[in-house]
Design a protein around this ligand. Sequence first.
Ligand code: MOS
Length: 744
Amino acid sequence: MAGSIGTAISRVDGRAKVTGRAKYAGEFAASGLVHGAVVASTITRGRIVGIDAAAALQVEGVIDVLTHANRPQMASRDDDYRDDVAPDGGAPFRPLYDDKVRFNRQPIALVLADDAETARFAATLVRVHYEQAGFTTDLHAELAHARTVDKPEKPRGDAAKALASAAVRHQADYVIPAEYHNPMEPFAATVIWNGDGKLTIYDKTQGVQNVQQYVCGVFGLAPENVRVMSPFVGGAFGSGLRPEFEVVLACLGALKLRRPVRVVLSREEMYGLCYRPATVERLALGASQAGALDAVTHEAIAMTSRHEDFSRNDTGWAELLYKSANARSVHKLAALDVATPGDMRAPGAASGVYALECAMDELAVALKLDPVELRLRCYSDRDQSSNQPYSSKQLRECYRQGAEAFGWAKRSAAPRAMRDGHELVGWGMASGVWEALQMPFAARIVLTANGHVEVSCAVTDIGTGTYTVMAQVAADMLGMPLSAVDVKLGDSSLPRSPVEGGSWTAASVAHAIVNAAGDIRKELLAAAQTMPSSPLEGLRPDDVLLADGAIASARNPTRSVAVADVMRHAGLERIEKERGSDFEEDDKHAHNTHSAVFAEVKVDEELGVIRVTRVVSAVAAGRIINTKTAASQIMGGVVWGIGMALHEEALVDHRFGRVMNANIAEYHVPVNADIHDIKVIFVEEPDSVINPLGIKGVGEIGIVGVASAIANAVYHATGQRVRDLPITLDKLARPAGESMSGSD
Ligand code: MOS
């Protein structure tokens, strides 16, 4: 029986999802279910003087209106309710905690009613009296007040001096707007009050145990009394790493009414929570005439809220990726009257590498070098920051295979040199880089004598394919068919898991499954060796493997016994093993995934309309467990990169501090008509160091570099360099000569 690892297996949960059998957080029912609707602040900063809910309470079917003044008890010390992903600095936000308004669309009341429509209607009748205070929401007005956070990486050499004396320099600011999460499933929670002081919570989240810990902290509950489940998630992409306010609101309602309560956010309310912060990314590169980098500096200025310091690694990539003796980076934060920003697919890298890879393109233009050639001349086999070798790095091969599949060799170097009818054609490329992280996970496997396998872990599947990957690894490690395996996940009562994020899940949970399967193999071997004239006599656990429903000598597969026979002989109904991933920190290597992204754009010369007609993404991410779900992750990242390059932008009216396009009609995301040919290549990247199966993870790497490849293609098509995203047609419509040129 051939294993399933490395093949294109369709999602094991696919049928449940497309038939509607898969239940999402807002779909769990309970008798007497109460529906909550949010009242959100219309001011940006100040104090709630009074909330008049009389009219709302008169609506038939309305049960209660919760506010900070009448809510159940909540913890007051922020250390009591910190979630796993909370920034170190500041105090996490809790809805309905007090009378302070910290950001526009902050939830300030919850209307509870017999049905969702009544709750929503009544919410419009709640009158709020505010005392308004001055505020600022514009990053660009606060750049001068930004303060340095995080310890800057130890600077390498003297970047300022090297830059000043470089033969060729490029420096420029790259500007990225705030982008909001628009997953298909909005945030939702259904909280079941069980009557015995226990809560069962269905929440849309990327971490059920994280939500459990947070809810217990906020409400002073014992973990054994709070069970959090999230069996299916309709896309989260980082927005569900932290517990969001819907779960607190639903818990408040359930604790107050002692009834089950559901809160589902509207699309507009999704613009009151998690988003990628707007940033200004300042890049400076200095190189020799021959294209050897000698200086790299990256300063990022990002927005955060006044109540928390949220920051991600925007600038570290510039320091580690390319060979340069001198490098320096700074990360600054400007505090604004906004909700705390959060994670969005490849947080830090999506923004920072956009700037780095556009800057590299501009440097290549200044050097009159092909952009791939420049990257090869600066290629580094070591992480430049830590000066460590990589556990594996096949980026060179990504460039080669990506360029070949794209047809890069046929590119004319000069901008505006390629045409297709009335459209200018541009070809651009970029590198992508992300971390190959691992976290402590645990997994439990139950093997029953009838040949059934159950593998479980508290981890969520946020759409990335975790159900399928877990099933594949368990099946292959136990030598059982995929159809024999059931996966249980997304339940806080299962073996431990951190949030699903950072692309660490496949590697980490697989590691735990490999370990648990190893324990099962050991027990089976011991049992097999008690059989009369056992063919496995004298063999040790490492000498045997499980394959085709049997336990066999690895060297001589004819020495084997059927697992069913072993279990029958030993009188074993079931074998249950739970193990942690137990990986050892490898501090001798750097661990990263890489990609090379090639993009073709066609630009209508008169109208400035840009189409991304082709993208090739060649990815090196260790062993790919499932080439189908992994390719889907990369494809999704490419689509998002197209959105980042051309469409997505939260438009804030800074006079009011409010996102004005808080809906998916006006907040543009790519639609089918925007997406053409996307080709994903997985480059072979054996890695015997990182973990037993050589897995690195592919969730995030797909988006990194995509926006820059497109921006670079737009420059190649038009000769105009647009550095502030998104590249909309009005920015291209500048008359020739007015285009910005930052290379000097
Ligand atoms: Mo990851 S930021 O959870 O896509």
